[in-house]
Design a protein around this ligand. Structure first.
Ligand SMILES: C[S@@+](CC[C@H](N)C(=O)[O-])C[C@H]1O[C@@H](n2cnc3c(N)ncnc32)[C@H](O)[C@@H]1O
Length: 258
């Protein structure tokens, strides 16, 4: 898997590695401080791939900071190099597992939008726990989003769509389910215009999408969210209570090589 096709890539200051983050038990890490204007509104894309959505949309929202998160080193490097060449100072691309980043590092109420487009479906049921959307991650996304903030989901995968619908319905106390609205950068007939969307559109696959809008929750839920955050050994769900080891990322096979 070499999206660069042998070209030498340079991530400059736009690609951030997990090793550059503070220790996971040193307190929350606020990624807004990676940017020259940290007070600007902040959006995250999980599973950035080659960075197509970010580079298309960030030029249309110059007053918004975007953090792409990508765990496959080759794609992370490719996306960060692309951002550097275009000098898009409102984008940074972080090489890590986004779910672990949310769980161990990110503080409350920092993001206005979390984008998740064509997430890996992990179709075998024994791998379902590797899907990004889980009850636990929804609690973290809810905590990380500002009030009224949005989680935007698009997939071509029918089973993963059913999984999204089940999770959204089960967590209706956290999020209202709303229709998906395409970003300004999407071309005619596109949902978002990511690399995978363009590839799948050529194959004639259907796309499904929704927006989950953060709701106000009772204090008891907020207290539970805070106790889950940054509390090693106090987790719910299936993931380990240890922070991720960056060297292990390459062991995650990408089921859809570009
Ligand atoms: C199917 S690709 C889609 C890429 C891009 N969103 C697009 O639509 O072209 C899914 C990407 O998500 C990345 N990914 C999957 N799970 C991730 C996670 N937990 N953290 C960070 N990246 C993840 C994969 O490495 C892969 O590049």
């Amino acid at each position: 898997m070499d999206p660069a096709r042998g070209k030498t890539l340079d991530v400059g200051n736009f690609g951030i590695t997990q090793a550059q983050l503070p220790a996971h038990d040193a307190g929350p890490f606020d990624p807004r401080n990676l940017f020259a204007s940290p007070k600007n509104s902040f959006e995250m894309e999980i599973g950035t791939g080659k960075g197509t959505f970010l580079v298309q949309q960030a030029v249309r929202q110059p007053d918004t900071n975007f953090l792409g998160i990508e765990w496959t080193a080759e794609f992370w490097r490719y996306a960060a190099d692309r951002v550097r060449r275009r000098e898009l100072d409102n984008i940074r691309v972080l090489h890590t597992d986004a779910t672990e980043l949310c769980r161990f590092w990110l503080p409350d109420e920092i993001a206005t939008v979390i984008h998740l487009y064509f997430s890996d479906p992990w179709p075998k049921s024994r791998h379902n726990k590797r899907r990004v959307i889980q009850d636990e991650t929804l609690l973290h996304f809810h905590r990380i989003l500002k009030m009224g903030g949005e989680l935007r989901l698009v997939t071509d995968h029918v089973e993963l769509w059913k999984w999204y619908q089940d999770h959204a319905t089960r967590n209706a106390n956290l999020f209202d389910i709303k229709p998906f609205v395409s970003p300004e950068s999407a071309k005619e007939g596109e949902m978002v215009g990511t690399n995978f969307e363009r590839k799948f559109a050529r194959e004639g696959r259907p796309f499904m999408a929704m927006t989950l809008v953060k709701r106000q929750v009772p204090m008891a839920v907020r207290v539970a969210q805070r106790s889950m955050h940054h509390s090693v050994g106090n987790s719910v769900g299936n993931s380990s209570s240890q922070p991720p080891n960056p060297r292990s990322f390459s062991r995650h096979p990408d089921p859809f090589p570009l």
